[in-house]
Design a protein around this ligand. Structure first.
Ligand code: HEM
Length: 430
């Protein structure tokens, strides 16, 4: 872990006795109170803490829901209605969990775009970033499995469409895809058996996410936080202790986030869901448009943009896997997009592309929608595979401050030089 002065003082004889046997409080103090945090972090750096809050909220509300939910094809839909109508505060717990899933994804996407903008994936934070991509994958699996549980029309048909994607493996080895789908379903169609195993996995995966988050935060505390300038911490004056400075900022941001969260929970609990999920699952009636939850829409658009089924599935999974490689695809000498005059245009084009794909994923796969989805899918991959490597090589970064302290206090605070030592990610120093 990042070495810094240990200021922990046990408050009394009991804590001293305990500290000499298991210094866990010393460790927590060192990592979450004393820990040196760059002094220039903006509010985008509060989303990591917000995400921890979201994860804990999902686990706590989920455990309470599981006390009343029945994972059976005949009872699942009714058991959710029972929770909402009869269980004390069940309406609130259910709404916190369903809205909480969307809030979790809003926060994680902001957290990721922050990382992309400020180059937080670049050396030495590659492992931290890759752990993040793994967390995203498991979060997506958890969200998908959870959406099955209310056993409404969108639950049922969403599972049917998405699990059926694996049948495209038949194009590689005949019979393989069909076998995988039958194995996933536990039968020859989506049934109560499928529902029961999805419930089991939906309960398990958040704890896997929890384990990955521990590794993610551990990796962060080994290399230290990046910051809006992308310049590494050089002296003690570049940092402030995590508590109270970063912690207070995190708590303020969390309070603002909770206002939005509460607004949805208390005033628009169904706004982020789909009306068809209030119709109990019916294997004989297919909804006119099957759409996943909003946070999957960009990936759904990529899936449907490719004319071949197997190609679509490969493109959809590649859209996430490609993120693993960006620490090496980005050839820029500087981390922060703030100092990248050319790349910043492409960054915002990429943000627009993701929003456009999200919109197109919600539209029927026909006519101009498909063509636009193909154009934006092309740019999605071109951004990582062409723009990141090429722009990094040809661009001249803007004048940078000499240090984090100088970025905050101005030139007289020390440091200097247009391209100071330490601004670059070690691997890319030229
Ligand atoms: C459950 C989900 C997640 C949790 C609880 C979580 C938690 C955290 C926390 C507490 C921090 C430090 C505070 C901050 O910088 O905001 C952090 C930093 C970071 N996270 Fe995450 N994270 C999650 C998902 C992700 C994902 C999906 C990615 C990327 C694919 C990611 C990439 C990063 C990076 C690169 C940093 C370092 C940022 C910097 O110092 O500039 N995280 N995360």
């Amino acid at each position: 872990m990042n070495a810094h002065e240990d200021t922990y003082k046990p408050s009394g004889p009991v804590s001293k006795w305990f500290d000499e046997r298991l210094p866990i409080m010393r460790m927590m103090h060192g990592q979450f109170v004393d820990f040196p945090t760059p002094r220039n972090l903006n509010y985008l750096w509060t989303f990591g803490g917000i995400l921890v809050f979201c994860l804990v909220t999902q686990i706590v509300t989920g455990i309470i829901l599981a006390m009343h939910y029945v994972p059976h094809a005949e009872h699942a839909f009714d058991s959710v209605q029972h929770i909402k109508r009869n269980v004390n505060y069940g309406w609130m717990i259910q709404s916190m969990h369903a809205v909480g899933a969307s809030m979790f994804f809003i926060a994680v996407y902001i957290h990721m775009f922050r990382g992309l903008y400020y180059g937080s994936y670049k050396a030495p934070r590659e492992v931290l970033w890759i752990l993040g991509v793994l967390i995203l994958l498991v979060m997506m699996a958890t969200g998908f499995l959870g959406y099955t549980l209310p056993w409404g029309q969108m639950s049922f048909w969403g599972v049917t469409v998405i699990t059926n994607l694996f049948s495209s493996l038949d194009e590689i080895i005949p019979g393989l895809g069909t076998a995988v789908v039958t194995w996933l379903w536990g039968g020859y169609s989506v049934t109560g058996t499928t529902l029961n195993r999805f419930f089991s996995l939906h309960y398990l995966l958040p704890f896997v996410i929890f384990g990955l988050v521990v590794l993610h935060v551990w990796a962060l505390h080994v290399v230290g936080q990046n910051n809006p300038t992308g310049i590494e911490v050089k002296t003690k004056s570049d940092t402030v202790p995590m508590s109270p400075f970063a912690i207070m900022k995190d708590l303020f941001a969390l309070a603002v986030f909770l206002i939005l969260f509460s607004w949805f929970v208390f005033f628009a609990p169904d706004y982020l869901g789909h009306a068809d999920n209030y119709i109990p699952a019916n294997a004989l009636v297919t909804p006119a448009h099957i759409v996943p939850e909003w946070y999957f829409l960009p990936f759904y658009a990529i899936l449907r943009a490719i004319p071949s089924k197997l190609g679509g599935v490969i493109a959809m999974f590649s859209a996430i896997v490609v993120l693993v490689f960006i620490p090496w695809l980005d050839t820029s000498r500087v981390r922060s997009t703030k100092y990248r005059p050319i790349y910043r245009w492409f960054f915002w084009l990429f943000v627009f592309t993701c929003l456009a794909l999200g919109y197109l994923g919600s539209r029927p796969a026909e006519g101009a929608y498909v063509l636009w989805a193909q154009i934006f899918t092309f740019y999605y991959f071109a951004h990582f595979l062409l723009v990141m490597p090429i722009v990094g090589l040809i661009e001249t970064p803007k004048q940078m401050p000499g240090s984090i302290t100088e970025a905050v206090l101005g030139k007289n605070a020390g440091g200097g030089g247009a391209v100071p030592e330490g601004f670059a990610a070690p691997a890319e120093k030229h």
